[in-house]
Write a protein that binds this ligand. Structure first.
Ligand code: FAD
Length: 458
């Protein structure tokens, strides 16, 4: 493959966004009306797609539609979900439907509508590194075009004084299952690729879904609905000790507010770590509607007498696996509460084993030794979503912001779509040095912590 010349004067932008998922798409939408702010957003994908492998029919967003890209920071923005509906002449049907939680596919379509109209987005651009040029006091962002034109792989550079990294998450496969997943033979796939392989799974003799979270529940339900009554031949297993519903009480949801985010950021690092681990039901449970739908479907299948041919067992770890032949899979199971082990023969496995934050060390590798780290080597992120930089960069006024890479510093709300618009607006206000988007000083009825150590009266 021929390469185009690398050395060209790099254009200087006010802001470069790395990655265009909902987080940086929100930032791009809120940045668009800001006069004089020259921003560009680069994403390695060919176009905007939101978790395409899991846009299962009927699956809904777990946040109300008001948690779109802009509304909770700027309800008057033209990039709102309601304006998307107006443009598509669907406002009245939506109003009459009275459903606050829209379908996941509709959220994806709305985001694509925004992405196709924002001039600042560049798809097919993978950011390789962000370096720092001390002479010009700018970041040097290097990228590769992921879709070569006429066989020419082109690389480029853009300079900027502010970078917002929004590279999101990637599918996680536990170490003990990696070789099973990577080897050819009977299908073993991550939930992120579910829809692409659904027909194969529907036709497989026996299917095991590993992982008792939201994706595992949705896939189990979808397969259950598509397999013959009495011959479902489905196992659903996971390490989680119970089929726990996701916390969805009104006051419980106040953990996903700016107030809780600020409170959490002020806590000591060991306390924050302990809290994130203990709050799994706030973000790793299963929504009540999906659990009800699974029970309904199982009940319907039991009406003719007998039980559906399904096994649902929480508290089970899959601690190993092998392929006795290319067409067969054997999982080694472990039940901690019972202190028992067993094996399960199956013909296909779906690993609904979650997602992990994409490591930033690749993209930020060139400045990695200039970034502040905590006791566990993670990046330190200040209250305004800025990475803590060493003085040589910090004193130049250059900044690196992160979106959805700060759960360890800002809490369970980091990946939540309900905080996306607020976080984007906070970043833009900080960047331009004025409160262009006025943000609420109070956002929850709960008062988190004692103000100044003293419990004031009403
Ligand atoms: C199936 C699913 C459903 C979810 N549903 C909800 C929900 O209902 N409510 C909720 O609050 N949260 C939900 N979440 C959690 C979360 O909000 C979403 O995952 C959301 O997509 C996160 O947005 P993001 O912009 O941070 O990252 P992502 O959506 O992961 O986007 C990151 C982007 O960065 C790009 N990228 C990565 N590396 C580079 C690079 N080097 N150069 C250029 N581009 C790069 C990727 O191509 C990608 O487009 C869900 C998550 C999943 C997996």
């Amino acid at each position: 493959m021929r390469r185009s010349p690398v050395r060209r004067p790099a254009p200087l932008r006010d802001l470069v966004g790395v990655g265009v998922g909902p987080a940086n798409l929100s930032l791009a939408a809120l940045a668009q009306p800001l006069d004089g702010l020259d921003a560009v957003f680069l994403d390695q994908s060919g176009s905007f797609r939101w978790h395409p492998g899991l846009l299962v029919e009927g699956a809904r967003l777990q946040v109300p539609f008001l948690a779109d890209l802009v509304t909770l920071a700027d309800p008057a923005s033209g990039w709102s979900f309601l304006n998307y509906l107006r443009e598509h002449e669907r406002l009245f049907p939506f109003y009459l439907a009275e459903r606050f939680h829209v379908r996941r596919a509709e959220y994806d379509a709305y985001c694509r509508w925004v992405a196709e109209r924002l001039p600042s987005l560049r798809f097919g651009h993978r950011v390789d590194t962000v370096g720092f040029d001390p002479e010009r006091a700018v970041f040097d962002v290097r990228y590769t075009r992921t879709e070569p034109v006429d066989g020419v792989e082109s690389r480029g550079r853009v300079s900027t004084r502010a970078v917002v990294v929004g590279v999101g998450t990637e599918p996680h496969v536990p170490q003990e299952l990696r070789s099973l997943w990577a080897a050819p033979g009977a299908p073993v796939l991550h939930a992120a690729d579910y829809l692409e392989h659904r027909e194969t799974l529907v036709e497989a003799g026996h299917v095991t879904v590993v992982g008792i979270g939201q994706s595992g529940a949705e896939i189990f339900l979808d397969l259950l609905r598509r397999r013959p009554v009495g011959r479902e031949r489905l196992h659903w297993l996971g390490r989680t000790e119970a089929l726990a519903p996701m916390e969805y009480s009104r006051l419980g949801l106040e953990h996903f507010t700016p107030d809780y985010t600020r409170y959490f950021h002020g806590l000591a690092e060991p306390v924050r770590d302990r809290l994130v681990a203990s709050q799994w039901q706030l973000h790793r449970g299963i929504d009540d509607e999906t659990l009800t739908a699974i029970h309904d479907e199982l009940y319907r299948r039991a009406l003719g007498g007998g039980w559906p041919d399904t096994v649902i067992t929480p508290g089970v770890s899959v601690h190993g696996a092998r392929r006795p032949s290319p067409a067969a899979i054997e999982l080694r199971l472990d039940h901690a509460q019972q202190n028992t082990t067993g094996t399960l023969a199956t013909d296909a496995v779906v690993l609904a084993t979650g997602y992990r934050e994409r490591p930033l060390d690749g993209v930020l590798g060139d400045i990695a030794d200039r970034l502040g780290r905590d006791a566990r080597g993670r990046f330190r992120v200040d209250e305004r979503f800025r990475l803590v930089l060493d003085p040589t960069i910090a004193e130049s006024g250059c900044r690196v912001y992160v979106q959805n890479a700060e759960r360890h510093t800002h809490g369970v709300g980091a990946p939540d779509l309900g905080l996306v618009a607020w976080r984007s607006a906070s970043i833009l206000n900080d960047l331009i040095g004025e409160e262009r988007y006025p943000l609420p000083r109070r956002s929850a009825f709960t008062r988190f912590g004692l103000a100044g150590g003293v419990m004031a009266g009403p």
